[in-house]
Design a protein around this ligand. Structure first.
Ligand code: FES
Ligand code: FES
Length: 192
């Protein structure tokens, strides 16, 4: 057994694990974070994608001991209590949420894509997500959702024209919509 220490979705964990344990099994079986599914045995489907120290990785290709000292974000760490991640909102609104296998990985890979390219074309999104498979070929709505999330993220990053009006008492014209009150964790629907 090897002692590892890593931060997952903002919480620090320390565990003794077998050196052969895959990160995806550590997340699911040791931490109970079943929002990250296993979709294949061949490292092809991308369902198990998580963020490892700023890069999206297929967690079935990483040993848990290799993640020692790292920071991991899973689909279950994207939403805050008050607000969905723009990608979660967009997948919901664009009907891109399909099954619990492909969706968590699609969202995590898209998140990484938008970090590198905040304004991707549909073609760039298809190329960026080519490592993630939907067996039902639901790609059209997934591309639409990533485009919508990209637009929302750019809108949030832009200077807010309403700030001055707010300080003078005028109603802000473009305040973000209220956060949903229902739980937002897409990964919670993933199969155990
Ligand atoms: S489960 Fe990791 S790529 Fe399919
Ligand atoms: S594999 Fe998830 S909806 Fe097609």
């Amino acid at each position: 057994m090897t002692r590892i220490s890593l931060t997952v979705d903002g919480t620090l964990y320390e565990d003794d694990v077998e050196p052969r344990l895959l990160l995806v099994h550590y997340l699911r079986d040791h931490l109970g974070l079943t929002g990250t599914p296993v979709g294949c045995d061949t490292s092809n489907c991308g369902a198990c994608t998580v963020d490892l120290d700023g890069d999206s990785v297929k967690s079935c290709t990483v040993l848990a001991v290799q993640a020692d000292g790292s920071e991991v974000t899973t689909i279950q760490g994207l939403a805050s209590d008050a607000e969905w991640h723009p990608l979660q909102t967009a997948f919901h609104q664009q009907h891109a949420l399909q099954c619990g296998y492909c969706t968590p990985g699609m969202i995590m890979a898209a998140r990484d894509l938008l970090k590198e390219n905040p304004d991707p074309s549909p073609e760039e999104i298809r190329i960026g997500l080519e490592g993630n498979l939907c067996r039902c070929t639901g790609y059209q709505n997934i591309v639409r959702a990533v485009l919508a999330a990209a637009a929302e993220q750019r809108r949030r990053a832009a200077p807010t024209p309403g700030v001055e009006a707010e300080t003078t008492g005028a109603a802000p014209a473009d305040r973000a919509p209220a956060a949903p009150t229902t739980p937002a964790r897409a990964g919670r629907e993933a199969p155990v």
